[in-house]
Design a protein around this ligand. Structure first.
Ligand code: ZN
Length: 276
C-alpha cells in the first residue's frame, strides 16, 4: 500500500463569504488562479464550486465550464466537482448532475445522506443519489462519498452492494459542520473503522478540529482536504493569507509523518481515475 498523501484543496465552497474572508476566490479566473497556486504548492486534487456574478452559490453550467476550462489550461490537477448545489437555491436533480456529466471531471461529490447543515437542510434523496451515481459512472466520473455522519458510510456501502457504485470506494469525512458529527479524533477513528478494507479516505475538519484531524489522517493512512470552503482561519484569530497557505502547511506536516505528498499522477493511480 502506498504511503503517499493526497492533498485536496477546496478553495471556495458555497457557504464562505467575502465577509468571512476578503480574498475568497469567487469568479472563475480567481478560482482557477487559486487552484493553480495550490497545485504548485502540492495539491493533487481541487474540489470545485462556482458562484454567480454576485458571489452567491450557483450550479451554473456556464460558470462551471469556464472555471473547469481555466483550471485545465493551467494545470493537470484532478478536478472534483461538487454536486451539492447551495444554500437558498431551488434545484432539480438535473441542475445538480448535468454540469458533471457535461464536463466529465475525474471525480464528483456524492453526499450519501441528508443532514441539517447550519440553518438549512442539505437534502440528498436516495433516488437522487442513485441517479447521480449512475450518470456519473456513464460519464466516467468517480464519486467521492462525502459523509457528515456515520450513517452516510453505511449508505455508501449499501449503494456499492446494490451495484450503483464501483469499488474501491473513496470516502471524504466532513466533520465539524453544525448538524453533522463533531470534528473529534474519536469520531474520525470510529468512522475509519467502518470502511471497507480496500477503501481510500480523506478528512475535512471544519473549525478547530482542522489540525487534529489532519494530523490524525496523516498518521492513520488517510488523505486530507484543506481550503477556504472548510476554514478561513489559519490559526485561532488569524485569517489564512491564501488557500495555498493551507496546502503549504499540509505539505510541511506530511514531511514529518513519512507521508510523501502524492503528485497528480500518483493520486490518479491511488484513486483509480484516468486523466481527462
Ligand atoms: Zn463542497
Amino acid at each position: 500500500m502506498s504511503n503517499k498523501l493526497i492533498i485536496t484543496v477546496a478553495t471556495t465552497g458555497s457557504i464562505t463569504t467575502r465577509e468571512n474572508h476578503p480574498e475568497l476566490p469567487l469568479h472563475p479566473k480567481e478560482i482557477a488562479q487559486a487552484v493553480y497556486e495550490c497545485y504548485q504548492a502540492g495539491a493533487a486534487m481541487a474540489h470545485v464550486h462556482v458562484r454567480d456574478d454576485q458571489g452567491k452559490p450557483s450550479m451554473s453550467m456556464d460558470k462551471f465550464a469556464e472555471t473547469v476550462g481555466l483550471i485545465r489550461e493551467k494545470c493537470p490537477i484532478i478536478i472534483n466537482m461538487t454536486s451539492s448545489g447551495g444554500r437558498g437555491l431551488v434545484l432539480t436533480d438535473e441542475d445538480r448532475i448535468d454540469p458533471i456529466v457535461a464536463l466529465k471531471p475525474e471525480m464528483c461529490s456524492l453526499d450519501c445522506g441528508s443532514v441539517n447543515f447550519g440553518d438549512r437542510i442539505f437534502e440528498n434523496h436516495p433516488l437522487f443519489l442513485q441517479k447521480l451515481a449512475t450518470r456519473a459512472r456513464d460519464a466516467g466520473v468517480k464519486p467521492e462519498i462525502e459523509c457528515f455522519d456515520a450513517s452516510m458510510i453505511e449508505n455508501g456501502k449499501r449503494m456499492f452492494k446494490e451495484g450503483f457504485l464501483d469499488g474501491p470506494l473513496h470516502f471524504q469525512f466532513v466533520l465539524g459542520v453544525r448538524g453533522g458529527m463533531p470534528a473529534t479524533i474519536e469520531n474520525l477513528m470510529f468512522m475509519k473503522s467502518k470502511l471497507p478494507s480496500d477503501a481510500t479516505w480523506s478528512v475535512i475538519g471544519v473549525g478547530s478540529g482542522h489540525m487534529p484531524l489532519m494530523v490524525t489522517a496523516m498518521m492513520e493512512g488517510g488523505h486530507v482536504r484543506v481550503g477556504m470552503e472548510d476554514n478561513v482561519f489559519y490559526k485561532k484569530g488569524v485569517l489564512a493569507k491564501t488557500n495555498a497557505q493551507f496546502v503549504e502547511r499540509a505539505v510541511r506536516l506530511a514531511g514529518e509523518f513519512d507521508r510523501p505528498v502524492a503528485t497528480v499522477e500518483e493520486a490518479r493511480k491511488l484513486l483509480g481515475v484516468r486523466a481527462r
